[in-house]
Write a protein that binds this ligand. Structure first.
Ligand SMILES: C[S@@+](CC[C@H](N)C(=O)[O-])C[C@H]1O[C@@H](n2cnc3c(N)ncnc32)[C@H](O)[C@@H]1O
Length: 226
């Protein structure tokens, strides 16, 4: 089997049955997190990374060029849910770690169990709309990744970036237009959210793309703090 590292270090492309599939090296061998296939190649176990379940993988396969490196980064992850995408970040990080914020106690229970097996995840049961509430747990980070279905997605990102993102730090935000305004065309919603990020919070949107092949009416934006 052919294994090739992608432009994101720690994210691999495996050729299986003539098809390219994304994967990470499993930090907890023998364990599948969300039913993904485990594949052994030369004594290394890989977990396939499903782009229909993860907007980071979807953004990569949609051709986004400026997705940030993850290895060694300290990440504030808003909306970890049960840990699908965070588990792949955890595989990649090495000595970096993830502060995982989630406000639903029900899904957080599963994330807590995942964090027991993965020492680079710090679960925080909190509302991402109120970043000041987790200031005792979170120190400045290199990267903020946000995937929350809320009406004020850009504002949530902006507030967290003001509070926790280092100068020069990068953000990735997955925006779901249907959570913001169902009456507008998705493109208009994305453009309004971009304006909030730039005009209200002084952030720079470096790249923006829809991920239609994987999730309808979603965009992913790469953001930089000066
Ligand atoms: C689409 S899911 C996240 C999926 C996850 N990022 C992944 O790729 O594996 C969105 C999650 O955001 C959480 N969420 C929504 N609003 C939130 C808020 N204000 N604060 C924290 N979590 C929130 C939801 O409970 C849900 O679990």
């Amino acid at each position: 089997m052919q294994v090739k590292e992608t432009m994101i270090r720690g994210m691999y492309q495996l050729k299986i049955d003539q098809k390219n599939r994304l994967a990470t090296q499993n930090k907890v061998p023998g364990t599948s997190v969300y039913g993904e296939r485990l594949i052994k190649v030369d004594n290394e176990e890989y977990r396939l990374w499903d782009p229909f379940r993860s907007k980071f993988a979807a953004a990569y396969l949609s051709g986004m060029k400026l997705l940030p490196q993850l290895k060694g980064k300290n990440i504030l992850y808003l909306g970890v849910s049960t840990g699908t995408t965070p588990s792949h970040f955890s595989d990649i990080l090495d000595d970096g770690f993830i502060y995982g914020v989630e406000f639903s106690p029900k899904v957080m229970r599963k994330f807590y169990r995942l964090a027991e097996e993965r020492s680079n995840m710090i679960p925080i049961l909190a509302d991402a709309r109120r970043p000041e509430e987790y200031s005792s747990y979170v120190f400045d980070v290199d990267l903020i990744y946000q995937d929350v279905s809320q009406p004020e997605q850009a504002t949530i990102f902006g507030r967290n970036a003001q509070e926790y993102l280092k100068p020069g730090g990068v953000g990735v935000i997955a925006i779901k237009s249907q959570s913001i305004d169902v009456s507008l065309e998705p493109e208009e919603v994305f453009s309004n959210q971009m304006k909030v990020l730039e005009d209200d919070f002084g952030l720079q949107v470096l790249e923006s793309s829809t991920i239609d092949a994987f999730e309808k009416k979603h965009a992913v934006m790469i953001i930089k703090k000066a």
